[in-house]
Design a protein around this ligand. Structure first.
Ligand SMILES: N[C@@H](CCC(=O)NCCCC(=O)O)C(=O)O
Length: 254
């Protein structure tokens, strides 16, 4: 907990080359969604790879947000076919987040996975990904129009149906919602121990939770961090996550 009583929420960074140097970067919208949605204090967690023990910080954190990213999980992590040439990867992020997700769930720390973070959670549980949903044949368009303004790219795109009795249904209280859609990849085989929480109209799994988790552990394929305060559904997700983080913080003796 911060000095002013806010839960400390780790926000994972991407390891990206900017010019000649690798940088650890986090989109500001993720930090702001922790501040304004979860009412927490964001702590940027570096993705320095296998040789740096990022998980050592777990005992100091009250929650972790696994962010979205233009990069994709390397397919060898889910025994998938090699990526198409030019696919954007971030091996240091994979090496950081895949073990961190498992460690956080084992420790009972609340987690929220968004887009890449959701796909990482699926891979951690032994699931696999479609690398190009639009080439599978029966899915609607889940990619954004990259030529459009950001507001259009992250604008509402399709409905989801929400599974009753789940974490997401508890947070939102309704059977449907509308979401944005900014992804090329998606769940193929669902990881063992994950339970679907929402579906797109084409049947794609859009959200899941970890069945036997000790705490809040939700992954969503869309981007609830986008202008979180302007969308009641997105707000409800961050409220539920923030509430779990506050409760967890209150239970710790530090
Ligand atoms: N690259 C993956 C994951 C999609 C994703 O996380 N998009 C986010 C883009 C940038 C952002 O808003 O942070 C895929 O394409 O499926």
């Amino acid at each position: 907990m911060s000095k002013s009583g806010l839960p400390l929420i780790g926000v994972v960074a991407c390891n990206q080359q900017l010019g000649l140097h690798p940088f650890n970067i986090v989109g500001e919208k993720y930090l702001l969604s922790v501040v304004n949605g979860a009412k927490g204090f964001p702590i940027i967690l570096p993705s320095l790879g296998r040789d740096f023990p990022t998980a050592d910080i777990l005992a100091r954190l009250d929650g972790i947000l696994f962010t979205g990213s233009p990069s994709n999980v390397e397919p060898h992590h889910y025994q998938g076919p090699a990526s198409a040439e030019g696919t954007h990867h971030d091996p240091k992020r994979d090496a950081t987040t895949l073990p961190l997700i498992k460690a956080a769930i084992d420790a009972g720390i609340p987690i929220l996975g968004i887009c890449r973070g959701f796909q990482e959670m699926n891979v951690v549980f032994g699931g696999s990904l479609h690398q190009k949903l639009h080439e599978v044949g029966h899915y609607i368009e889940h990619r954004e129009d990259k030529t459009a303004s950001l507001d259009v790219q992250y604008g509402l795109s399709h409905k989801i149906s929400i599974v009753s009795g789940g974490l997401l249904h508890d947070a939102w209280g309704c059977d449907t919602a509308e979401v944005n859609s900014v992804h090329t990849q998606g769940v193929d085989r669902l990881g063992q121990g994950l339970q679907p929480e929402a579906y797109a109209p084409d049947g794609l799994i859009e959200a899941f939770s970890v069945a036997n988790a000790k705490n809040f552990a939700l992954g969503v394929q869309w981007h609830p961090e986008w202008k979180v305060q302007d969308n009641a559904f997105y707000t409800s997700i961050f409220n539920a996550f923030g509430q779990a983080c506050r409760l967890y913080a209150a239970q710790q003796e530090r």
